[in-house]
Design a protein around this ligand. Sequence first.
Ligand SMILES: *Cc1c(COP(=O)(O)O)cnc(C)c1O
Ligand code: SF4
Length: 455
Amino acid sequence: MSSVLKFYNDKALGEIEARNFKVFNDRSLEKIPQLARLSDARRFEMKVVSSVLPFRVNEYVINELIDWDRVPDDPMFQLTFPQRDMLAPESFERMAELHRRGADKTEIAALAHELREELNPHPAGQLDMNRPRMDGEVVEGLQHKYRETVLFFPSQGQTCHSYCTFCFRWAQFVGDKELRIASNQCDQVLGYLRRHPGVTDLLVTGGDPMVMKTRNLAQYLEPLLEDAGLAHVQTIRIGTKALTFWPHRFVTDNDADELLDLFERLVKAGRHVAIMAHYNHWRELETPIAREAIRRLRETGVEIRSQGPLLAHINDDPDVWARLWKTQVQLGIIPYYMFVERDTGARRYFEVPLARAARIYREAMQRVSGLGRTARGPSMSAGPGKVEVQGVAEIQGEKVFVLRFIQARNPEWVQRPFFAKYDEEATWLNHLKPAFGEEKFFFEDEYEAMRAGNG
Ligand SMILES: *Cc1c(COP(=O)(O)O)cnc(C)c1O
Ligand code: SF4
């Protein structure tokens, strides 16, 4: 640990007290004192958008991450507070009209439901293709898309300390039961893992599993140490944005020490524990408590890897990424993925064309040392797999995107380069056409057959 950081922490620790967790949502929007600075029109827009897309923000984000002098452009504000253009103009107008005439809850809920359906709530086959079966029955709360890795959605972890405006799992938070995936069936989950010796990685995700009490998390993770039939699960990844939204989880929460102790036991037993930390901007790493949380986590022997999407209005700037990666390397965090904003929810507001994303990625990479160049991307988590835009090239007079699968439904597709016609506007895989006059991409027939098989 560098002495600079230590000094920073010691000085800061005196100011960090255990605090209660105070959150605001669409029903308590008006109670946020800082919003009084904004115009009535802007507050109304927030009300309208938050009746369709999930909104939740806590005091830590409001008081310590958002720079209210820079609102509305402040990236932390854009990251958590609803913005008018997140909805299409006609959708916004329809919902605004209901609010203007004081429509009742059921009417608002019905329109909200309709508008959500138009926002592709479950991209990339999440509800059908990725749900594993055991003895003919769907195992709730699991996704098994890639051979080595099972995603697990514990039911107590299906919320977050605050919500990201661009969240691709937003459908899980809006209370429409049919749109949710979750599980509290510990036995079934562990049973599934026992029967799949090829699974090396368990990725606990949500929402944010770090909203769970330590004892609930332990109920799923401790059996991995005790049960010889689960020894093949070598890596435990935990996807979280708590290091941004509530670093107190690892420092001052009353079961923070127990949590760190659980991680330490897993590490000492030979497991690789990876905290997959969701970061979008270097500002998230600046507060004393965020740094203390990182320091304490690293002390347990876990690795912290970072991932996050590239987003208009938040981080579509190579300097922001270069500084993010540099700060992460300084703090001992390993950059892992730069994602492309997914084809769901408020993507119309946040999406960045693939061509521009590739330029931002390249320029950011050029500004960091080799240790900061471990992030792969920009990567699209699409139906067939994670497709990375490696760059733009000209081959025999044709301008093309060079693509590869970082991860795929069929492991044989991984790392095989393929090419799409260059398109300045394309923002997702389904906008791309094969280059060199080909009719289909090499994986398309096989992927279609897989989809038909899952029907
Ligand atoms: C990204 C992802 C994984 C993990 O992939 P890695 O390449 O091992 O990081 C697993 N399952 C799903 C559904 C994913 O999207
Ligand atoms: S932390 Fe992750 S799951 Fe939670 S709102 Fe943000 S993007 Fe969505």
